[in-house]
Design a protein around this ligand. Sequence first.
Ligand code: CA
Ligand code: CA
Length: 441
Amino acid sequence: MRRTCHAHVIAALIGCTSLALAAPAQAAHSPAAPAAHRSPARAALPAGDGWASSGTGTTGGQAADAAHTFTVSTRAQLAAALNGGDATPKIIQVKGAIDGNSDDAGQPLSCADYATDGYALDAYLAAYDPATWGTATVPTGPQEDARAASAARQGARVQLLVGSNTTIVGVGKHPKLLALDLQVKNADNVIVRNLTFEDAFDCFPQWDPTDGATGNWNSEYDNLVVYGATHVWIDHNTFTDGRRPDAAQPFYFGRIYQQHDGELDIVRGADLVTASWNAFTDHDKTLLFGNSDGAGATDTGKLRVTLHHNLFKNITERAPRVRFGQVDTYNNHYVVTAGQEYVYSLGVGYKSQLVAEANAFTLPTTVGADRVIAYWKGTAMTEEHNVVNGKETDLLGAFNAAHPTTVIAGDAGWIPTLRTRVDRPSAVPHIVDCGAGAGRL
Ligand code: CA
Ligand code: CA
């Protein structure tokens, strides 16, 4: 810890650049390093580091034998190494950029390659134009059926299951998963580190005129989803819309043609997750923990997640939005840029028990501290020692003052203990900006 802090003090004096340049060189040497347990590929989550360290802890593929230690550079190799999400201990090292939209020979697939049964966007728009279809019912009929059939074809390429006892780690220069939807589903003991997740996009968004006041375009494919899984450590990754920013998307029926879903969603009874030192960037609905108020049967007592030392930059909302879970959010840096779309950062949802302590918010003058928290039927949270632009700020007090009829009480009802390192919130912007994201292991 002392050494880490010292490194950051040095970084403070000389800036982040040298730290960022040094990191890829270390990563490039690590796969061949003889001290295997020191390499990121064989690392385990440290004791006491967040919810994923509780109970049996999180070791990922540390026990993998040589036959189950892979280096992959194509979608087909990645799919073969994952082996349908089986539980054999395995280490999968991702080298270079892998595009989920590619066939088994590695040739790129376009949206047109998936389209089937006569699906065409202009025909879909003509069929469900609110001027003729109305706004009371969701689309049904030949174009909606064709959309769903086309979407199933894309889903079969871009959705890959990650099984128990697996480590997936990026190695070398700029390891990236492009347009993939990694699903850690009903598994235990998984580590995902040092990867850039870019643009998990849906070729076939669905129009729902009944979503919200004016309808919405909805898409599938989170970059990474933890679904009914336990003991998952997500560390030093970068998530981004990248080549497909929302700002460049068209509008149809007056709503943005949204082709993305979440960056990291944790749902359906998932539990015991630590997400540390990731950079979540350039995205709308970013982290959803619990996807339904009606999921109490699976989610009560679950959805326990620790978020620490993550960077949230140019995020519109859900960082995170929480239902049910005891979620510990500390030492994260939230950066809202002037002119970006911004709704809120911390969503206090149904039965949520969110603790937000010692985080740093960098906000433009146009965004007041009262906008950081949003009410989604949660009744209480713990909010302490957070800073806005370097100054300790009572975020919950600001929210409650701005929403006198929707008061959120000030005690989440539990005290986090699984923390290995808590930095002063005023130091968090520099520490996190220099240390979070892929390429910084
Ligand atoms: Ca999702
Ligand atoms: Ca407060």
